[in-house]
Write a protein that binds this ligand. Structure first.
Ligand code: GLA
Length: 374
């Protein structure tokens, strides 16, 4: 990589708890991972952004004066979107050569797209000689995701990807963007990430549909309650007014209200070292995402259920947007090998898919390294 000047990377993430609440103004509890997207980059003195990938034969050359015209590319549309939002925000955009290398498995629910967007924008900032502002980059990356991937996502993934810290969880208030860093500590338990390897489909449209249902619940409840977002609703008040909401919308809103309360309890459990209590909250979160929010599906349910049955696992749930993707499980460290063998086998028998298990560390968000050029 000696022909490049900088190595700029950003993280994939898992969310420990607080699922499908970020776009309702709730608090989430993600960590950034050592699975990342890395951009090797150098300015090239032209008006072109030339992109290569370590995993693809394709090469793409984007003209920085025609960025609006690239939304139908097979590859490179995310990067074009990132460059466009970066410039629209008033930043300097310079031509450069990029090599993209992603170790976040695609379609896994571990936010490969956020890692790509955040690292690409950070790389553009570095070659333009601008200062890295991780929160601004997260917000711009979110805009690129909304406009270029068509997913009306919340801020969790991009924030975690940009602002993560090694060995820390982020308790992020998605209404105010205040973030409290909480040491990740699970004592004798390891956090095991398992991929259903079920390619997720229709994610965007279902995601946007859930989001609209929450907006409709907020619209109705805000007429009778003093709230600024759905996450402001407490469960005891929800019981008073839930009859105003229709069936599915009521279920979706109940998930959001109760999940927000689970986040508070999960943070307390982690801070006090009560990993069994934390595990129970993970199980409850999965159940709610399965039954009330309906974003799990057969494979995630089979994987979480096999994990929850294992005697050395205290809790397991889907993580991320759902409809396929990954679970996380808290497993006695000494039993991780046995857990992987048994859960993998049971999952394969039930679904026909081979699960993958990852051993990722909790890492920093954006990392910029100056390379030694030849
Ligand atoms: C996706 C979105 C996030 C968040 C999660 C669900 O990952 O990008 O903003 O809504 O789903 O918690």
């Amino acid at each position: 990589m000696s022909e490049y000047e900088y190595q700029v990377s950003a993280a994939g993430r898992i969310n420990i708890i607080g699922e499908h609440v970020d776009y309702c103004g709730g608090k989430v509890f993600p960590v950034a991972l050592s699975l990342r997207n890395t951009v090797y980059v150098r300015p090239n003195g032209t008006n072109k952004i030339n992109i290569r990938w370590t995993t693809l034969p394709d090469e793409v050359s984007l003209d920085i004066d025609r960025l609006e015209s690239y939304n139908n590319l097979k590859y490179g549309n995310y990067q074009a979107g990132c460059a466009l939002v970066w410039r629209q925000a008033g930043h300097k955009l310079v031509g450069c050569d990029m090599l993209q290398d992603c170790t976040v498995p695609f379609g896994s629910g571990l936010s490969s797209s956020a890692a790509i967007e955040v690292s690409t924008i950070a790389a553009l900032a570095v070659v333009a000689g601008e200062k890295i502002d991780p929160v601004e980059i997260a917000l711009l990356a979110q805009r690129a995701e909304r406009e270029y991937a068509g997913v009306n996502c919340g801020i969790m993934d991009q924030y975690a990807s940009a602002c993560g810290r090694k060995d820390m969880c982020m308790l992020l208030d998605c209404k105010t963007l205040e973030c409290k860093y909480v040491p990740f500590s699970t004592g004798d338990y390891a956090l095991v990430i398992a991929n259903t390897n079920k390619p997720h489909s229709l994610v965007g449209s279902k995601y946007n549909e859930r989001r609209a249902e929450c907006e409709s619940a907020f619209g109705i409840l805000s007429k009778v309650m003093d709230i600024t977002c759905l996450a402001d609703v407490k469960s005891k008040d929800f019981e008073k007014y839930s009859h105003l909401l229709g069936g599915k919308v009521r279920d979706r809103a109940r998930h959001v209200v109760e999940e927000c309360e689970r986040v508070e309890r999960a943070v307390e459990a982690m801070e006090s070292g009560d990993i069994v209590a934390l595990g129970k909250l993970l199980n409850a979160s999965h159940k709610s995402l399965e039954e009330l929010y309906e974003v799990t599906g057969k494979e995630l349910d089979a994987l979480a259920e096999a994990a929850q049955k294992h005697p050395d696992c205290v809790g397991s749930r889907m993580t991320g947007g759902g409809f396929g993707g990954c679970t996380i499980s808290l497993v006695k460290r000494s039993a991780v090998g046995d857990f992987i063998a048994k859960v993998g086998e049971e999952y394969r028998q039930k679904t026909g898919y081979q699960a993958a298990f990852y051993n990722a560390e909790i890492a920093d968000g954006i990392i910029v390294t100056k390379l030694q050029t030849k």
